[in-house]
Design a protein around this ligand. Structure first.
Ligand SMILES: *[C@@H]1O[C@H](CO)[C@@H](O)[C@H](O)[C@H]1NC(C)=O
Ligand SMILES: *[C@@H]1O[C@H](CO)[C@@H](O)[C@H](O)[C@H]1NC(C)=O
Ligand SMILES: *[C@@H]1O[C@H](CO)[C@@H](O)[C@H](O)[C@H]1NC(C)=O
Ligand SMILES: *[C@@H]1O[C@H](CO)[C@@H](O)[C@H](O)[C@H]1NC(C)=O
Ligand SMILES: *[C@@H]1O[C@H](CO)[C@@H](O)[C@H](O)[C@H]1NC(C)=O
Ligand SMILES: *[C@@H]1O[C@H](CO)[C@@H](O)[C@H](O)[C@H]1NC(C)=O
Ligand SMILES: *[C@@H]1O[C@H](CO)[C@@H](O)[C@H](O)[C@H]1NC(C)=O
Length: 501
């Protein structure tokens, strides 16, 4: 191309003045320097790779014309083509094909199997459909495959992954793939993401044995049955284990505690039973432990709260299980930020010991059977943004110390047996956005101080014993879009306007 342009410039030179010609030549030289695409000797091997890429293009719709510039006649083809990278040395060996996020639609051509030196294939976030061509298993140099977020369907051919002996990363998440999870994996595999597909069958017990260097293993949101294999405990480098949203049964194997590098363990939304093994909760590197929405029961081990062990735990999600007890820990993890114990069978007094977790931002105890008072010590939770205590059997007045929780945005106290007045101290919590106090026995008037809450969006206080009128200040709250004061004993004058809103 540059040569053609230069030639045209020269032929037009007799009629052009000297200055623009010089300018044009400088431009051409600059363009050539910006894309140094040395010619590639068109050996039979290079011709085969050019043909393979053209076959790949021919199978696809390319609405952004991303591959329109793929010119087979160019002396630097295919190394100068968009999305294509060649090995250094000018031999023309294609090592990378990367065309993400271009709405490429259609099947993946089996001709890609001719790119014998390919190391990286990234076609993620397109609209690729059809099957993964089994022929790609011949790509012995392939190290990384990113095909996530497409519409590929059908199974991963058996032995496909195992044959890709150089493979380190394989991501086909968010496709329509089905069939079994491959049992044999290449030995150097570090990153495997098959999440958000329709894979079925069981998690192969051999996965831990064949790919012992796995760091990232994500099988979330498939249709996997059976148990969590204890053999996963062999994965000493594992950082992320995500098995959420499957149909897994049985217990959480204590052997997972052997995964001493684990950062995130996420098993939410399955049908796991039995206890949460203390040894698993005690993995020192663990930052996120998420086992919500299962059938786990028994006592929550003290280790789940960090304990004395200098734990790294930040997020603890145990909600919607059948836990009936908490082993009170001797200490709390310093980094503890989120504690969700909602929707269990926990009872007894409010776990006052939790207020020692001063970095806590979310505390969810909703949907349990906690009894007694909300202690004044709750005011020590100065980082708390969400306090959810709905659906328990808490009694007494809400302590004014709650006004010290200056970071609070969401306060849920509904469906308890709180009495006394709505604390005026809430008016000092400037960041409050949502307040749910319904289904208690609050009496007295709605405090005028709530009119200070300029961020307030939701104020829900139905089914109480409130009397008096609605403070004018509330009408000035520009963000308030939901106000429910039904089933109270408010002054008659307020009933009609309220029914209208
Ligand atoms: C994997 O390699 C074996 C042995 O070379 C071969 O029989 C099998 O067909 C290969 N699998 C795929 C999917 O190409
Ligand atoms: C695992 O997959 C799910 C669903 O695709 C995704 O939301 C989640 O972020 C993934 N986890 C990790 C650690 O990549
Ligand atoms: C876990 O570690 C223990 C002791 O180190 C060992 O006996 C056991 O076999 C390991 N389990 C797995 C599944 O790796
Ligand atoms: C706790 O962890 C920190 C940083 O991870 C480390 O510096 C410290 O020595 C540990 N303390 C104990 C008692 O293990
Ligand atoms: C809190 O727990 C309740 C009861 O299980 C649940 O419905 C709700 O989604 C949880 N909310 C948060 C933010 O964790
Ligand atoms: C809130 O509003 C009330 C009356 O509307 C006012 O007396 C009080 O000083 C305000 N400030 C706080 C922090 O409640
Ligand atoms: C609404 O809330 C936002 C914060 O979410 C705040 O910045 C804004 O001032 C509020 N608007 C009014 C009218 O008070």
């Amino acid at each position: 191309m540059p040569r053609d342009k230069a030639a045209r410039c020269r032929t037009s030179s007799p009629v052009a003045s000297a200055m623009p010609l010089l300018f044009l030549l400088v431009m051409v030289a600059a363009a050539a320097a910006a894309t140094p695409s040395p010619p590639v000797p068109r050996t039979a091997e290079v011709q085969a790779e050019v043909d393979a890429l053209l076959a790949f293009r021919a199978a696809l719709r390319d609405p952004y014309a991303a591959m329109a510039g793929w010119d087979a006649a160019s002396p630097s083809a295919p190394c100068s083509w968009r999305g294509v990278a060649c090995a250094p040395g000018g031999t023309g060996r294609v090592v990378e094909l990367q065309l993400p996020r271009l709405r490429l639609a259609g099947p993946l051509s089996p001709a890609l199997a001719s790119l014998r030196h390919l190391q990286k294939l990234s076609l993620r976030s397109n609209a690729l459909s059809g099957a993964i061509p089994p022929a790609l298993a011949r790509l012995a140099s392939l190290r990384a495959v990113f095909l996530q977020d497409n519409a590929l369907s059908g199974p991963i051919p058996p032995s496909f992954l195992a044959n890709l002996t150089a493979l380190e990363a394989f991501d086909v998440s968010a496709n329509l793939l089905s069939g079994p999870v491959p049992a044999a994996l290449p030995p150097g595999l570090k990153y495997l993401d098959l999440s958000s597909n329709a894979f079925s069958g069981t998690i192969p017990a051999g996965a831990g044995a064949s790919a012992t260097r796995l760091q990232h293993f994500n099988l979330s949101f498939n249709r996997l049955r059976g148990t969590v294999p204890a053999s996963l405990g062999a994965l000493q480098d594992l950082h992320y284990l995500w098995l959420d949203g499957n149909l897994l049964e049985g217990t959480i194997p204590s052997a997972l505690a052997n995964c001493s590098a684990l950062l995130h363990l996420s098993l939410q939304g399955n049908a796991l039973r039995g206890i949460l093994p203390a040894a698993v909760a005690s993995i020192p590197s663990l930052q996120i432990l998420s086992v919500s929405r299962n059938l786990l029961s028994g006592a929550i081990p003290a280790a789940a709260f960090g304990g004395e062990r200098n734990s790294s735990l930040r997020i603890l999600q145990l909600g919607d299980n059948q836990f009936s007890m908490v082993d009170v820990p001797g200490g709390l993890g310093k980094g503890l930020q989120v504690v969700d114990l909602g929707g269990n069978k926990l009872g007894g007094p409010f776990p006052t010991w939790l207020v020692e977790a001063q970095g806590l931002t979310v505390l969810n105890l909703s949907g349990n059977a906690f009894t007694g008072d909300l202690p004044a010590a709750v005011g020590q939770l100065t980082s708390l943004q969400e306090l959810r205590l709905g659906g328990n059997a808490l009694t007494g007045t809400v302590p004014p110390e709650i006004g010290r929780c200056g970071a609070l945005q969401v306060l849920v106290l509904e469906e308890n047996s709180f009495s006394g007045e709505v604390p005026a101290a809430l008016g000092g919590l400037r960041r409050l956005r949502e307040v749910y106090l319904g289904g208690n026995s609050f009496s007295g008037q709605i405090p005028a101080a709530l009119g200070n809450l300029s961020w307030l969006e939701t104020l829900s206080v139905p089914k109480n014993r409130l009397t008096g009128g609605l403070p004018n200040e509330l009408f000035l709250l520009g963000n308030l879009t939901f106000l429910d004061l039904s089933d109270n004993k408010l002054a008659a004058a307020f009933r009609r306007p309220l029914a209208a809103c």
